[in-house]
Design a protein around this ligand. Structure first.
Ligand code: GLC
Ligand code: GLC
Length: 651
């Protein structure tokens, strides 16, 4: 694409824009449009060049961007300017997040405000409120089947409640994260309803087929996301008399991004919520955006191009808003969602670090850090100005998405090792105290995943029933150490509501017919506020977990080396039970923190001579940051307690 062609098209579009979009306040908009237009046009060209309505669609896109800019409240425009000035604002170590359901953590959106003090007590300043947009009451996939993208579901409140919450949070310097379910709509959405009634315009919003010909051809290469409860990728719609592509549940219709109108509508939706004060948009299931015959229909190049357009458009209208990519895919694919060829993030600034999450669970089960070390070593290098969302668990099942080669390098056979992990977490392995449930087992591929709350998975539930003090200690230590890793690894840590007070599986939810076939609900419990109150009672399990995490969170915020500027160095050590890395203050380069995590249930020692080229502890002394004590390094050896960790620095 020639820049001249872009300039000519932009000039043409500008002359056609409606006069009200020429307001003097539009100066910043036009600066940003000028800066991003060439990229937007080139990308649009790559995807939609062959269409006759190409110029009209480009005009529609720019007009929509301008309209949403006109509407953008002054407070948010000012925040955009500030964030543009301090463009690395989200890489700092001050951010600590949590994912919550507004109706299971609070009563609804307006009640969320009364729960902010709990979050702030823990040190949380970024809140992902799980899907709240209008969706059917039964078939909703936990809100991921949206029937109206412009409306908060009445069960949770109103758009005004959301805006009010966003403002309150902004006053408290807290960030709000909201989902945009970009890949599919509910079959109850107006677009799907029109398609059903035979409207060709809206049938073109989805992948619909008259007979099994195309679906069968697609199925040859498409994996199944929910093989157990929603097998296959297509659903027959009786009313429409056609097959429709439904990669997730049968009632979630995949959107057809080969149609530019879908893309423009979706960007409009993103900007609508950006204008309501959402700081970060979590883009759901982004790996699935582009379907191509003969491929897995995941991680296609065009999916990346779409995300780049979305980002460029957002930069024009709401440049302070970040994107989180939810792409739970192979380790080598995940980092591509930051944008591949650019210096700055050109797709999503933040991506779920599903690889680290899965590796941490491997370490919990194997009680060593062999695969963890291997996997962290293989983590792809990411762009500057891009960061991970590091988490121990989220609202979804836990998949064993590591690389087979890494499993082999760690000394295991991939199939047998995955089977062991599944048996371990579902409590079938001898001696395991985990209480997970198998999820999405696919006998055809051997793929298996599991559900379960953190506390139930690490054995706290079993230990407490048995009143086994040592096992209780071990489980609590495990919870704390897992968090010590995500808090120090580099990236934004995202906690899951209930984990800081050790909530167990909720099995009662499985008696609800709408939830029974999807056991992810066992860890989507109603937050237990009575249990939460016990966090203030010294000696209780809740107090032990909560106060430890609270302390670590508050410490993280003051430890500059924990900011994410690609300043982590993984250190190879001979003790296979340990994960050891160094975090280095990217500005001074002097200030360093050595992180040592022990996954064994026995105390372990680290020979500092093995890592001494990276960090020098003078006069045989080191400082244990968390305990606030000085350690004398006898023989240059340090000891880490069972399932414990250390954050060490020079004295
Ligand atoms: C994402 C969500 C998950 C949902 C799926 C389909 O993976 O996290 O909960 O089932 O997308 O929308
Ligand atoms: C996600 C992931 C998959 C997960 C599913 C439902 O997008 O691709 O690993 O199991 O949706 O939770």
């Amino acid at each position: 694409m020639y820049e001249q062609a872009s300039h000519a098209l932009l000039n043409d579009i500008l002359t056609k824009l409606k006069p009200e979009l020429e307001h003097p306040e539009m100066r910043h908009f036009y600066t940003r449009l000028g800066a991003n237009f060439y990229a937007i046009h080139s990308l649009f060209h790559l995807l939609y060049d062959e269409r006759d309505d190409f110029p009209a669609q480009m005009l529609a896109l720019v007009e929509m961007l301008a309209r949403r800019y006109v509407e953008r409240p002054t407070r948010l425009r000012e925040s955009d300017m500030l964030r543009e000035q301090h463009y690395e604002w989200f890489l700092g170590q001050k951010w600590v997040g949590m994912a919550v359901y507004c109706d299971r953590f609070a009563a609804d959106l307006s009640d969320m405000r009364s729960k902010l003090p709990y979050l702030q007590d823990l040190g949380i300043n970024l809140v992902h409120i799980m899907p709240i947009l209008a969706c059917p009451s039964s078939a909703s996939d936990g809100g991921y089947a949206v029937s109206d993208y412009y409306k908060v579901d009445a069960r949770y409140g109103s758009n005004d409640d959301l805006e009010a919450l966003a403002q309150t949070m902004a006053q408290r310097d807290m960030l709000l994260v909201l989902d945009v379910v970009v890949n599919h709509t509910s079959d109850q959405h107006a677009w799907a309803q029109s398609a059903r009634q035979g409207d060709k315009k809206y049938q073109d919003y989805y992948y619909v087929f008259n007979d099994r010909g195309m679906p069968d051809a697609f199925e040859q290469s498409m994996p199944e996301v929910f093989p157990a409860h929603a097998p296959g990728n297509f659903t027959w719609d009786e009313a429409m008399g056609k097959w429709v592509m439904t990669v997730f549940n049968t009632y979630q219709w995949d959107l057809n991004y080969r149609n530019p109108a879908v893309l423009i509508d979706m960007i409009d939706i993103m900007l609508f919520w950006a204008n309501k004060g959402v700081d970060i948009l979590r883009l759901d299931a982004v790996a699935f955006l582009w379907k191509k015959m003969g491929s897995t229909c995941q991680n296609e190049r065009e999916a990346h191009l779409l995300l780049q357009i979305m980002k460029d458009c957002c930069q024009v209208t709401a440049p302070g808003v970040l994107f989180i990519a939810e792409a739970i895919v192979a380790p080598s694919e995940i980092a591509k969602y930051f944008g591949e060829d650019a210096i700055n993030a050109k797709e999503c600034e933040v991506a779920y670090n599903a690889t680290l999450m899965a590796l941490l669970w491997d370490a919990v089960a194997t009680k060593n850090a062999r695969l963890l070390n291997q996997g962290v070593r293989s983590l792809p290098v990411k762009l500057e100005r891009a960061t991970w969302l590091n988490y121990v668990r989220c609202h979804d099942d836990i998949g064993l998405g590591f690389d087979d080669q890494d499993i082999l390098s760690a000394g295991y056979e991939p199939h047998a090792h995955r089977q062991f992990l599944l048996n371990y977490f579902t409590g079938k392995f001898a001696g395991s105290t985990a209480r997970g449930l198998p999820f999405g087992a696919n006998p055809k591929t051997g793929d298996a995943r599991f559900s379960g709350s953190l506390a139930s998975l690490v054995g706290l539930e079993v230990a407490m029933e048995a009143q086994d003090e040592r096992a209780i200690d071990m489980a609590i230590q495990t919870i704390i150490t897992l968090h010590a890793v995500i808090l120090s690894f580099g990236g934004i840590p995202l906690l899951y509501y209930g984990d800081a007070i050790g909530m167990f599986n909720d099995l009662v939810c499985l008696t609800d017919p709408n939830k029974a076939d999807d056991n992810r609900w066992v860890h989507r419990y109603n937050f237990d506020w009575e249990k939460a109150a016990r966090r203030k009672q010294p000696g209780t399990v809740e107090n032990r977990i909560f106060s430890s995490l609270k302390k670590l969170i508050s410490m993280r915020k003051h430890i500059f080396p924990f900011a994410d500027f690609d300043n982590r160095q993984l250190l190879s050590v001979s003790n296979p039970n340990l994960l050891v890395y160094l975090r280095i203050d990217h500005k001074t380069r002097h200030n360093k923190v050595l992180v040592v995590a022990n996954f064994s249930e026995e105390a372990q020692s680290l020979d500092l001579d093995e890592v001494s080229t990276s960090i020098l502890f003078h006069r045989g002394m080191a400082k244990n940051l968390v305990a606030g004590t000085q350690i004398e390094l006898v023989g240059n050896i340090i000891t880490v307690t069972a399932r414990g960790f250390l954050w060490l620095t020079e004295v």
